[in-house]
Design a protein around this ligand. Structure first.
Ligand SMILES: [Fe+2]
Ligand SMILES: [Fe+2]
Length: 160
């Protein structure tokens, strides 16, 4: 095993967070779909896939360093949203929490002078900057437009 038990355990916990995020974003995608906001819904289905990919990145890393993969129980994903704005607020808060989880993992790797893990985790540090910026942008748009014109949001979501 080329990784400490502590960091291995913390990464397994993080795999659970990423999978929970994936489920939360599916619920948000379904909510947006139910409002007829199809582009936004598509964007959140994609976000959900990305979170699953994050979980898989951690899993493959553990396998590479001969660690132990143990996916934890996943909490029930939040699925009731009062408004589009509230969903964005939840998403932004969630991403902030994940940023702090990733920073905690990095702190363990630094403390243990585990340079390989620091290098691996650095990708997640930059990814979180992007993820927070995305959710913050959506929240700013929703706040600016107000609840009545939230449907205008659709025109700001890039079309694929
Ligand atoms: Fe993630
Ligand atoms: Fe994320």
């Amino acid at each position: 095993m080329k990784i400490s038990k502590d960091l291995n355990y913390a990464i397994n916990t993080q795999i659970g967070h990423e999978l929970l995020a994936s489920n939360i974003y599916i619920n948000m995608a379904a909510y947006f779909n139910s409002l007829g906001l199809l582009r936004l819904s598509g964007m959140f289905f994609e976000q959900s896939d990305e979170e699953r990919e994050h979980a898989e990145k951690f899993i493959h890393y553990l396998l590479e360093v001969e660690g132990e993969v143990a996916v934890p129980a996943i909490d029930k994903a939040h699925n009731e949203f009062k408004s589009v704005k509230e969903a964005f607020e939840l998403a932004l808060n969630w991403e902030k929490e994940v940023t702090s989880n990733i920073n905690d993992l990095m702190s363990i790797a630094i403390e243990q002078k585990d340079y390989a893990s620091q290098d691996f985790l650095r990708w997640f540090v930059s990814e979180q900057v992007e993820e927070e910026a995305t959710m913050n942008h959506l929240l700013l748009l929703a706040e600016g437009l107000g609840d009545l014109s939230v449907f205008m949001l659709e025109s700001f979501i890039p079309q694929k």
